[in-house]
Design a protein around this ligand. Structure first.
Ligand code: ADP
Ligand code: MG
Length: 413
């Protein structure tokens, strides 16, 4: 009997686990209901550890003990600029680990970024085991195409610590392409447009016969859905200020507390032309009131226009690196939750002058692709694997000329 292997999208904002059997992939709901798990770990005062949605639920109450954004820290040196930037953004404490890596301090304990990732991975492993009533020991885990060897190795160590054998570290854009059935043997140039919660990535994949490689990748590590939430929250503030003449934006924490509502409204506006909602407990002239507000898709499009357009400057870079024009792209694949916003889809279609693929939930596509590969890698005979990666040891290395992103599918020791 074959040993099942899972596919894991270990995201900056959310993580997703999927499994494929008999060629049919499905996403696992960790608590039986929710398939999207916030990449958060909360360390309660009584020693308990909460992961995913349950961690997010205590974040407002325990900001110093609820750890997130560790994907920005894993495999990086404490002294790096990126780590400095994260430090200014998060309410928990970062410190230097024994090997110059990054740790988070929680009370009198410290955890490395790798430890936090391993807690997330173990949570997803256990969720799958509970759902399937079967032990899971192997996984394909995805990472951004721009991850360097250090970051890939640290992700691999996190998997081992979580009790998972990482049978492949796979690039996220490649996983998304696999989810859409794109594979070796085809002749296609594919753009994978990934607009997530905190980061934007664009990758150009070159599938040319037996070559399947990342021809170019570019990104903005500080362009994501959370930035759109902030613009919406600021718009609420401007609105309240104008209507009541009260500078609510100056109240400490006011905008911050509006962010969850802003995100909810944004998500509803992906399916509705207009959303009416209540802002509760707003203090105006000494009184606490509930305000009825509304936001339209059109207004959201205006608010986010500049931000969305910034993603296309990054696309320009990627095309330039690959030596291509938008017209040369045969397929456009969307991943990342923020691509569910209608104006994003329209803008992508306009930029590439073709309709993007959208059949698969963009928050699940990467995990699904990883699961499909995981199944193929664990088949008793591996015929289909060859169609992705060729045969034999080191088959992961793509042949032919490598673009700036290098091998698509790094074989780790
Ligand atoms: P990451 O890859 O960074 O972990 P995700 O792909 O999970 O990120 O995307 C998370 C982002 O997608 C969040 O900013 C969230 O608000 C946004 N999002 C989720 N669903 C929708 C939706 N239906 N419409 C618009 N944005 C959405
Ligand atoms: Mg992602």
């Amino acid at each position: 009997m074959r040993e099942a292997a899972i596919g894991i999208d270990l995201g900056t904002t959310n993580s997703v686990v999927a499994i494929s059997s008999n060629g049919v992939p499905r996403v696992i709901a960790a608590d039986g209901k929710h398939k999207i798990n916030p990449s958060m770990v909360a360390f309660l005062n009584d020693g308990r550890i909460l992961v995913g949605r349950r961690a997010k639920a205590v974040q407002q109450r325990l900001p110093e003990r609820t750890i997130y954004n560790t994907k920005r820290l894993i495999g990086r040196f404490f002294g790096s600029e990126e780590v400095e930037r994260v430090r200014t953004l998060v309410p928990f404490e970062l410190m230097e680990g024994p090997r110059g890596d990054v740790h988070v301090a929680v009370g009198d304990r410290a955890f490395s970024a790798t430890d936090i990732s391993s807690i997330l991975l173990n949570f997803l492993k256990k969720a799958t085991e509970r759902t399937l009533n079967e032990e899971i020991r192997k996984a394909v885990i995805t990472v951004p195409a721009h991850f360097n060897d250090n970051q890939r190795h640290a992700t691999q160590s996190a998997a081992r610590m979580a009790g998972l054998e990482p049978i492949r570290i796979l690039n996220e854009p490649t996983a998304a392409a696999i989810a859409y059935g794109l594979r070796k043997g085809m002749w296609k140039r594919v753009a994978v447009y990934d607009f997530g919660g905190g980061t934007f990535d664009i990758s150009i994949l070159d599938i040319a016969g037996d070559i399947f490689e990342v021809a170019a990748t570019a990104g903005d590590t500080y362009l994501g859905g959370a930035d759109i939430d902030r613009l919406i929250a600021q718009d609420f503030v401007d609105h309240v200020t104008k209507r009541y003449g009260v500078e609510v934006g100056a109240i400490p924490g006011f905008i911050h507390n509006l962010l969850p509502v802003a995100e909810q409204v944004k998500i509803l506006l992906s399916e509705n032309a207009e959303v009416v909602f209540n802002l509760e407990g707003i203090r105006i002239e000494g009184k606490t009131v509930d305000l009825q507000m509304e936001l339209t898709q059109r207004r959201l499009a205006e608010l986010s226009h500049e931000l969305v357009q910034r993603s296309f400057l990054v696309c320009d870079d990627a095309l330039r690196l690959a030596g291509l024009r938008a017209d040369d792209i045969d397929e456009v694949v969307l991943t990342g939750g923020q691509t569910m916003m209608p104006v994003v889809q329209q803008a992508v279609a306009a930029y590439f002058r073709k309709a993007p693929r959208i059949g698969i939930n963009p928050m699940e596509a990467v995990a699904i692709g990883a699961a499909v590969l995981a199944e193929q890698l664990t088949l008793p005979q591996r015929p289909a694997v060859q169609s992705f990666f060729g045969a034999g040891k080191g088959a992961g290395s793509t042949s032919g000329a490598l673009g700036p992103a290098g091998d698509d599918d790094l074989e780790l020791d």
